[in-house]
Design a protein around this ligand. Structure first.
Ligand code: AMP
Length: 216
């Protein structure tokens, strides 16, 4: 008998390692990694209607209106066959309710990656990304050749919203809108908290342990 696919939400402050860990966890669980930020950045690059509506909010470090984001999430969950590791959704209590009631795909587990503010600011300031979304860090995870992605050879740049003003805004939005989700899911008994400050490999192991998966 096969069990239902897992549905896991990753919650973390901006720069807290959500995408890196979500990608690994999705691979381990055999479910799609759904990154809303990445889907939105792609829509902006393509100049689609979603991208046009999302762009000014993203560049300012604010949340994109929920009615723009939900169809993107809904499509991805549908395509993925029901299981997921969600990276970047829900972002507030309204979106959490939509995930449960409208998308009818409540998470079975929510992993909260705890990372203090000063660490977040340091990580975001050094973060570099290629057009395909491979992530590097000037100090912690530098590419072999500065400014060039080791994986695809693409040029590395800084996200518009990783600049200091937008980072401050994103942290404020996180505190006000997203952090209440930690309590919401804890009260529901779905939350596991993992220390997100170590090396990516160590954090990945801690997440696997928390979810009862065998070590790699
Ligand atoms: P991320 O890559 O998760 O840091 O997301 C980058 C940006 O995309 C955020 O700062 C928001 O502007 C936007 N975004 C991502 N996910 C959502 C969401 N669930 N709701 C609204 N805006 C979002």
């Amino acid at each position: 008998m096969t069990s239902d696919p897992r549905r896991v939400v990753l919650l973390a402050p901006p720069g807290g390692g959500k995408s890196t860990q979500a990608r690994r966890l999705a691979e381990a669980l055999g479910v799609p990694h759904i990154s809303i930020g990445k889907a939105l950045r792609r829509a902006v690059e393509q100049g689609s209607e979603v991208g046009r509506r999302a762009r000014p909010h993203m560049e300012a470090g604010r949340l994109v209106p929920t009615e723009v984001v939900v169809p993107v999430v809904a499509g991805r969950i549908r395509e993925g066959g029901g299981g997921y590791v969600l990276d970047g959704f829900p972002r507030d209590l309204e979106q959490a309710r939509i995930l449960d009631a409208v998308l009818a795909a409540p998470p079975d587990t929510v992993v909260f990656l705890a990372v203090p503010d000063d660490e977040v600011v340091r990580r975001l300031a050094g973060r570099r990304e290629c057009p395909q979304g491979h992530l590097w860090h000037r100090e912690h995870h530098p590419p072999a050749v500065e400014g060039v992605c080791d994986i695809c050879g693409g040029p590395l740049g800084q996200r518009e919203d990783d600049r200091p003003d937008a980072v401050r805004r994103r942290l404020a939005v996180y505190r006000e809108e997203t952090e209440p989700l930690v309590r919401h899911y804890r009260e529901r008994g779905a939350l596991v908290e993992v220390d997100g400050t170590g090396e990516p490999d160590a954090v990945a192991e801690a997440i696997r342990r928390a979810l009862g998966l065998p070590p790699r």
